[in-house]
Design a protein around this ligand. Structure first.
Ligand code: ZN
Length: 352
């Protein structure tokens, strides 16, 4: 996920408006997934964040800019209710996992609140600016190792972005780090960004970080979290669940997660995929195209094809929205984009 601006204070400021809207507005006439965003009326057709999700927002002091949670066995989670990262304290120093652009500059002070050990390593989950664009704050840490996949390092060297420090230690697909009595297992996956994604696992703490995979309490971000590979994204859930973990960080939004959050997002994703596949494959395309051609003639092939893709999208959203709108937050915001991502996969990559 690249740009995501959801400051906690903004959400709090909306509280009164949201409850007013709930009490006084009639239920939306059409699917709220197709409500727009370009007028106050259109925005009010969307549903508020589910109360169970809202209840888990971290209480973050805006003057500090981030919150911290102790997961035990040396692992600490950080969040500003928009982005999430973590660090591991060992007897020989600290290993930092990601440095988000939004609060990365505060990470050294967060570490100093819980230990006087020096920061020894910084690990990048993937190349995206929003997760590692705060690394520049680590520039003057003496002897710091910056660890990433070789593909990530190659990309960052090419970009030469002053906000994303170049890795100093690279590896190809897997690496195990031992430091001060603790272990960090890094494994390459390909569910999100073109240059690869890392699972970051601390077995002693039963902690797993898989950034831009699952947003606990919410559906994934747009297009299944901007996945460049939906085939791998579908496999990602079982790859995560194969680990023994109690605490999970997906990199975004308002709470960290557990196995349950991964399981429900897996169920949602598979439901979207299966519904889109059934509806797409069940449509009589010849008859549909002929019906559209009655209005516009047969020569505008792009428009006829768009009408078909739009029809599958609308039917899929209409079926899926009622099943999920009260189970995960953000269904009405991103469901149409999830359906389109699944539709591209179903039509161009999948078998019948
Ligand atoms: Zn990303």
């Amino acid at each position: 996920m690249r740009k995501l601006v959801l400051p906690f204070m903004f959400a709090v400021a909306l509280n009164s408006q949201v409850s007013f809207a709930q009490e006084s507005q009639p239920a939306p006439k059409q699917s709220s997934s197709f409500a727009g965003t370009d007028s106050p009326e259109a925005l009010r057709e969307h549903v508020p964040v589910l109360p169970a999700v809202r209840a888990k927002y971290w209480n973050i002091d805006p003057a500090v800019g981030y919150g911290m949670k102790d997961f035990g066995n040396g692992v600490y989670a950080l969040s500003d209710n928009g982005w999430q990262s973590a660090f591991l304290v060992t007897d020989a120093g600290v290993i930092v996992f990601d440095a988000p652009a939004s609060y990365g500059k505060h990470i050294p002070e967060a570490v100093a609140k819980v230990t006087n050990k020096p920061i020894k390593m910084l690990i990048y989950s993937h190349i995206h600016k929003d997760h590692i664009g705060g690394s520049v704050a680590f520039k003057n840490i003496p002897g710091l190792q910056i660890i990433a996949l070789d593909t990530i390092s190659d990309f960052l060297k090419e970009m030469n972005d002053p906000n994303r420090l170049i890795p100093t230690v690279t590896f190809h697909s897997a690496k195990t780090i031992k430091l001060g009595g603790k272990t960090v297992e890094l494994t390459q996956h390909n569910y999100h960004s073109n240059e690869g994604d890392l699972f970051i696992y601390v077995p002693e703490a039963k902690f797993l970080m898989a950034v831009d995979s699952v947003t606990s309490g919410y559906v994934p971000f747009q297009d299944f979290d901007l996945s460049t590979n939906f085939h791998q994204y579908l496999k990602m859930f079982d790859e995560i669940l194969a680990y023994k973990f109690d605490n999970f960080i997906g990199g975004h939004l308002t709470d960290t997660g557990t196995r349950k959050d991964v399981e429900i997002t897996k169920e949602y994703t598979n439901d979207v995929y299966q519904a889109v596949k059934r509806i797409h494959n069940g449509l009589n395309e010849r008859a549909f195209d002929a019906e559209i051609a009655k209005t516009i003639g047969p020569d505008n092939e792009f428009l006829i094809f768009k009408a078909l893709l739009d029809r599958v999208t609308r039917d899929s959203v209409a079926e899926l929205e009622p099943r999920w709108i009260n189970r995960l937050a953000g269904v009405d915001v991103w469901l149409p984009s999830h359906v389109r991502a699944a539709l591209i996969y179903v039509r161009w990559d999948d078998k019948e």
